[in-house]
Ligand binder design. Sequence first.
Ligand SMILES: [Zn+2]
Length: 592
Amino acid sequence: MPHYLVSWTNPHDRLLEITLRFTAPADTPRLLLPAWRPGRYLIQNYAANVRECTAGEHRIRKEAKSSWRVDARAGEAVTVTYRYYAGVLDAGSSFLDDDEVYINGSNLFMLVDGLRSEEHRLTIAAPAEWRIESQLQYAVILSREDGEGPPAGSASSVLSPGVLRSAQDDTNYVARDYDYLIDSPIIAAATMTRHTFDEAGARFHMIYRDDRGFDTEQYIEPTRAIIRTQAQLFGGLPFSEYRFLYHVREKWHGVEHEDSCSIILKRSALGTADDRTLSISAHELFHAWNVKRMLPAKFHPYDYWNETPTRLLWAMEGLTSYYGDLSLVRGGVWDEVRYLEHLRKEIETLEGLPARLHLPLSQASFDGWLSDPAQMHDHANAWYSFYTKGEIVSMLLDLTIRRATNGAKSLDDVLLLLWDKKILEEDAVERVVEQVADVGDFFARYVDGVEPLPYAELFAAAGVAFASAPRPGSSLGAKVKMVDGLLTIESVLRGGAGMDAGLLPNDEMLSLDGTRINSEGALETALAGVVRASGAPPPGDAPEARTTPVELLISRAGVLKTLALEARPDPRPQITLRITGPSELRKQWLSN
Ligand SMILES: [Zn+2]
């Protein structure tokens, strides 16, 4: 079986050394490193971070951007070594530091072509006093142990998961196949906080890195409530042991795996009203069903080397976001007011994006592979997140089914029928919804089409009043940021004053109506002055409704330019949701 040894000599150069031993399954065996990882639907070309690749006495040469050929004959023992730059810490990367190694195998482990379905062995050369956390099972090595692991093909047996052994023994793991190996994030570190508990028939571990000064125990009880609620929905958990692996850093990010998840927490928001720890944890846990065990046929098996477009990403991510947060309110962690405030923010985000008018949800799913802002030049107007619209459309579909069946059926029934299928053809969601309720042309309008979403009528059925109104005052209709101390345009929104005036991303803002603007605050003050001078901008874009333009001085690529800026309302609407009274439908929707 292929055996990987991960070691390093100098954590400050961030270079992990991978030693891969295997018996060549064919002449000139081929090695392949993934170009993307499940959970992030963009080509990331991990091979760009590989260097110093050698194969001992054998020649090794690159064949394509993510593949190598070893000049060995079938049956020969081969040892390949290479280094990988592990200097980025997010929920899907690999990272090396003085007191930690964090591994996502999709970045790191080359596949020996032809051996994908075989057991794979992994040894981590961590200091003896470090602890290692992973969904991988420990391997007991029966053959000679020389400190670098056994020769390829040696026998092994597996301990039951969750059995803690001494640190030295904890460095050897076995995965049932290559896919499970690279689906297993690993943290090896000198210090970690670990909370372990049993819930809904399985053992759970919440593991934190860099949580110094922060009380992580507060998340245990709400997490248990989330687990109970999701397990109840499906009639049980699909695993016997599960790990939440957290790094406390300064952003939010999560990636799902079969028996664990890796989550990055935003330190400055922990314990505040913006704390998203539970919401992300609920999302990633729900993925243990949706995506990890129930997935588009196009992902079965994953092609880690090529884009794999599917119209189902909105259901993979949006349905997961919907049920993730729904499990917070159904589990009693949030009350309905807090949940409606969450929905209000999501709706306000979507309704403020021009792409909602031209980009169907199924196409946003399909084109996720093209959505890298480095390639999609008008990202702010061309794109919205299929997570956000997917969550909103899932919610509206749920309300549609409940209303159409007088509460007899819901999206829960759809979910369970999908769960029975496990492998989903491209039209699976629509076909299964047809079995549950008559939702008319919902999919043609809101999934494959771009019709305005039917918020008001569906929220009204749940005793909630929906309103969308223009924002008061005026707005530049552009995103600004400070770059090297200069107030710079990041993006310009369609329908806003900035685009009308001719602003472009990267323009440097100098003055507005004769007033120097060198910060976001100064810009806001100057805009308010324009409104005071010329009257509040009326909503709508009829020519007669416009106000007197003022001079906006910018620098574009070092050349000064004067633009005429008219005060205009913000093109993004303000959304309100208000409970109007008791509703049987809402009670069924938001309670367990
Ligand atoms: Zn997700």
